[in-house]
Design a protein around this ligand. Structure first.
Ligand SMILES: Nc1nc2c(ncn2[C@@H]2O[C@H](COP(=O)(O)O)[C@@H](O)[C@H]2O)c(=O)[nH]1
Ligand SMILES: [Mg+2]
Length: 214
């Protein structure tokens, strides 16, 4: 199993005033949990680990939208840099799938998966790129759809995995950070579509959850 950084419950992040937060979210953020720079540095290392394991054949990188788009873009930048500067390189193609399984800060009963054409995955090495895994329910639903396309290999990388007592029967192949059971936003992770435009991964104030509730 690959190494991953575990952020314990008592590590409650950083005072938000140490960082640049968009004015429109200043009142909503409780703490900065994982600063943007740390996310990028960890992503660089994940890219190296992934290329060491998968880097001998064409990779189809599959982005799980919407929450995975920032991690996907940064991970692919690092993979491209390795391709450009290393002794060997492999073609990377991209595909996208959209999954919705959350409303407010709770899971929905139904998992909606859109963009499941994905016929180009047949016989390919697929790297699924996800933002966060909690119970593993969403990823298990996606993986069962992907297996129908008969890829040669599927690997999953998730920037975050959340430790909850209802979880997790599922662990991805590569993990950025293991975090406690807190609802997080930022770096494309949303609360009802807000906070994707925030660089750092943060914890919300309870009154912000009320403010943006639907
Ligand atoms: N913005 C946030 N989204 C979250 C968080 N925890 C989970 N999620 C969403 O759910 C799925 C994964 O959940 P799972 O139980 O099916 O594994 C993930 O893709 C997110 O969309 C969170 O803390 N913040
Ligand atoms: Mg997601």
């Amino acid at each position: 199993m690959s190494l991953q950084q575990q952020i314990k419950d008592e590590d409650s992040g950083y005072n938000k005033n140490l960082f640049c937060i968009p004015k429109h979210y200043e009142e909503d953020i409780e703490r900065v949990f994982i600063p943007h720079g740390l996310i990028l540095d960890r992503t660089e290392r994940l890219a190296r680990d992934i290329m060491q394991d998968m880097g001998s054949h064409h990779i189809v990188a599959l982005c799980v939208l919407k929450g995975g788009y920032k991690f996907f873009a940064d991970l692919l930048d690092h993979i491209k840099a390795l391709n450009q500067n290393g002794d060997k390189s492999v073609p990377i193609t991209v595909d996208f799938v959209r999954i919705k399984s959350y409303c407010n800060d709770s899971p929905t009963q139904k998992i909606s998966i859109v963009g499941e054409e994905l016929s180009a995955l047949n016989g390919k090495n697929v790297l699924v790129v996800e933002d966060i895994i909690e119970t593993g329910r969403t990823m298990k639903a996606l993986l069962s759809k992907l297996k129908d396309k008969e890829p040669k290999m599927i690997r999953v990388v998730s920037l975050l995995i959340k430790m909850t007592n209802q979880s997790p029967g599922y662990r991805p192949d590569y993990i950025g950070f293991e975090i406690p059971d807190k609802f997080v936003v930022g770096y494309a992770l949303d609360y009802n579509e807000y906070f994707r435009d925030l660089n750092h991964i943060c914890i919300l104030k309870e009154k912000a959850k009320e403010k943006y509730k639907i």
